[in-house]
Ligand binder design. Structure first.
Ligand SMILES: [Zn+2]
Ligand SMILES: [Zn+2]
Length: 512
């Protein structure tokens, strides 16, 4: 075992950097640094938590545990009240990989690990909310925070600011050629600035574990995906801006080259392409109406008025909407209280946000949820069976195909102390075509109130490349669970506890 005290690990997170596009563009010679690294790496597909792939991938990576243990996914912030304001991971007493390594005496530098709270007083260096995709909970803009706090001033003084001004990419919805070019160049600018900070910190500060994550391919995936294979108006736009996603991937490839070179030959490098891209069609928010109709909870008289008002609202450009939001909230509260559908507590079940690839269903269960309406045991089981059958019978009117691709009972796939905080059912959309409206004998027809504003969205699985002293390049046949990456990295430092996942033999260096 070539484990020495000077073991170092560099993790380069490529958030939502699509593995298939990456492989195609490597074959074209457009990503030379990733190609060279792959030739020296153990590499394989990464399997993410089923039904919560995009939503829970980073938490599952960082904690080396699945959502039954850490309870974190995109909609889990809705459940934080129930956990006394803590995130699932904190409430479960978990610590991310880098904090565990710090406990073992290692020094960590972490730039932008998405959606993973650090817990109190990290010992290492942290840069949080800097060029990320999602602003902090409940905020419309990101605010940079750092550990130690004085690092923030240095970053603000010496490095370029965020061209997106701390706002989420969805705010901009770039559709014209000029806006798309600006958006692409802004993201490339962020990649270069982040790389500059990372390489400076690598040289200036002592470290054993270094993580830098780029979320720019995530933002571009949501808003430039339609230009991969453009037709109609998009073809005319593509003739002006080319393929923004490809140009950005090339800039990220350059960043990978710079970081690997800076880290030096003795450093173990993990590149983690967390998950990928696919068409954006979604049943998100449509599901809540389906559930309400199935349970006789939809107020049909209000439905028409509110749908009209909502459509008027959604026709207002997003920046204007942001300014009008307080007025709208006040009007909505005065007019409706909880809004269009009855409030979730008064319903037998309701939709829970888990990203756009699928949705969760939370059942108001007696004894578990504050306003339980469904009894545990036979009644709950029969209700789940009935929901699965009824949702399975709903068709996309555009294609005649089933709306849902897959519906799983969460507890069949996740167990652990936080499993009860997750949705009860996870529905994945059949999303290769638009979903204008849906029908079934039980629900009649429901028009989709909110088609996605994005042009691309997440596909489930990722890819990793692991290179370093003692690793013989090879492609693994079997998928690796995302929960096994952190324990495998910790094992390189001789740290073997603190994770649900296991250190994999395939991810250990060969004996000298
Ligand atoms: Zn996303
Ligand atoms: Zn974004």
């Amino acid at each position: 075992m070539p484990l020495t005290d000077d073991t170092k690990v560099l993790v380069i997170g490529l958030d939502s950097f699509d593995p298939q596009l990456a492989q195609a563009w490597m074959e074209e010679g457009k990503l030379p640094h990733l190609t060279a690294l792959m030739a020296a790496s153990v590499t394989g597909r990464v399997r993410n938590p089923p039904g919560l792939e995009a939503a829970a991938v980073w938490s599952s990576f960082s904690y080396g545990a699945d959502p039954g243990i850490h309870g974190m996914y995109d909609g889990s912030r809705d459940r934080r009240k129930a956990l006394a304001g803590k995130s699932g991971g904190e409430a479960a007493g978990l610590r991310p990989l880098w904090s565990i390594l710090e406990d073992a005496g290692r020094r960590s530098i972490v730039i932008e690990a998405p959606v993973v709270p650090d817990g109190a007083e990290p010992r290492g260096i942290r840069v949080v909310n800097w060029f990320s995709h999602l602003p902090e909970e409940g905020k419309s803009r990101r605010t940079l925070s750092t550990q130690p706090p004085e690092l923030r001033e240095i970053i603000e003084r010496d490095y370029a600011g965020d061209p997106l001004q701390g706002r989420m990419c969805d705010y901009y919805q770039p559709r014209s050629a000029a806006k798309l070019a600006w958006f692409r160049d802004s993201l490339i600018g962020r990649v270069r600035t982040k790389t500059a900070l990372a390489t400076d910190l690598m040289q200036r500060e002592p470290w054993d574990f270094f993580l830098v994550n780029f979320e720019d391919a995530h933002c571009a995936g949501h808003h430039c995906w339609h230009l991969l294979d453009p037709s109609g108006d998009d073809a005319a736009i593509a003739a002006q801006v080319g393929n923004p996603l490809k140009t950005l991937y090339m800039a990220i490839d350059e960043a990978v080259g710079t970081l690997v070179r800076q880290a030096g030959e003795r450093v173990n490098v993990l590149v983690f392409m967390s998950h990928g891209l696919e068409p954006p069609h979604t049943g998100l928010r449509l599901l809540d109406r389906i559930l309400a109709r199935l349970n006789g909870e939809l107020d049909e008289t209000r439905n028409g008025i509110i749908t009209t008002l909502r459509e008027a609202w959604r026709s207002i450009p997003l920046p204007v909407r942001h300014r009008l939001q307080p007025i709208r909230d006040a009007a909505k509260a005065a007019f409706y209280g909880e809004g269009f559908l009855p409030s979730p507590e008064t319903r037998k079940c309701h939709e829970v946000y888990t990203g756009e690839r699928g949705s969760g269903i939370r059942i108001n269960l007696v004894g578990r949820d504050p306003h339980g309406l469904v009894q545990p045991g036979d009644e709950y089981e029969a209700f789940c069976d009935w929901l699965i059958k009824e949702i399975g019978a709903v068709r996309n009117d555009g294609t005649g195909e089933a709306l849902a691709g897959e519906i799983v009972r969460t507890r069949d796939v996740f167990t652990g102390p936080m499993a009860d905080t997750l949705p009860d059912l996870l529905v994945t959309w059949n999303r290769h075509a638009p979903i204008p409206s849906v029908s079934s004998p039980s629900i009649g027809r429901i028009r989709h109130p909110h088609p996605s504003i994005r042009t691309g969205d997440h596909s489930p699985d990722g890819l990793f490349l692991l290179a370093g002293p003692g690793f013989a390049p090879r492609r693994l046949n079997d998928d690796v669970s995302v929960t096994d990456l952190a324990p495998s990295l910790a094992a390189l430092f001789g740290v073997h506890a603190g994770f649900q996942g296991r250190a994999l033999e395939q991810l250990a260096p060969a004996p000298p």
